[in-house]
Write a protein that binds this ligand. Sequence first.
Ligand SMILES: CC(C)(COP(=O)(O)OP(=O)(O)OC[C@H]1O[C@@H](n2cnc3c(N)ncnc32)[C@H](O)[C@@H]1OP(=O)(O)O)[C@@H](O)C(=O)NCCC(=O)NCCS
Length: 207
Amino acid sequence: MQENTFVVRPAEHRDETPIADLVVEGFLDKFRPIFGRRMERSTKIMEKWVQMEHALGGVRSLVIEGAAPVEIVASVGVRTGSSDDEALARGIWETLRRNLGFFHASWAASLLSYPRYAASSSEAYIERLVVASEYRRQGVARAMLEAAETVARESGKRTVGLHVSGGNLPALKLYEACGYEEVSRQRSRLTGYFLGIREWLYLQKEL
Ligand SMILES: CC(C)(COP(=O)(O)OP(=O)(O)OC[C@H]1O[C@@H](n2cnc3c(N)ncnc32)[C@H](O)[C@@H]1OP(=O)(O)O)[C@@H](O)C(=O)NCCC(=O)NCCS
């Protein structure tokens, strides 16, 4: 496959399970410590999460298909609309509680609440960008970011923002190569201890 031949399209309802699979696979080092022995439930939880983000969170997802049309090889979420944060938080909590039980859900919810983001009406927020491992280093993420920025521009946003964990070198290199600049850092002892993520960088790009 050659660079820039990827077709990015808006995600549909049928893509929500493959998106969840990709996200769990792409962020295994984050999800494994959170879900532990209940790892098999993580895809179901993530699927619900993506569904709720689409329904309540003002988020649209974009995907790239692989050779088979049912195969999704990359996805990203772009928050451009207004979000019902309370309903979203309640829905996510209920999903975690149903799947993990009260105590494990409380712990998972604390870890999953990082990084914290205060939405702004002039900014689109990019989240859960992931490329299937066998498709990496072919320009797929670059194509996804460009498509996400187009969505942001068409929605009248002036900037795009995102978070990346301080040790995620491939992602840091990607964002630097695509013109994103660091605005601030958030430190967390909790995610440092349990996930090995001591700090989260907030990056931004002017459109
Ligand atoms: C980070 C990630 C999205 C990059 O996807 P990708 O499709 O491989 O990235 P691209 O091929 O579009 O790379 C574009 C540029 O980013 C940089 N880059 C990407 N991966 C890199 C790596 N492993 N090492 C160094 N630089 C890298 C390079 O500058 C690259 O340009 P080049 O190939 O011409 O040198 C992918 O590794 C991934 O899905 N990781 C797991 C999930 C994740 O961490 N997502 C980011 C959350 S913030």
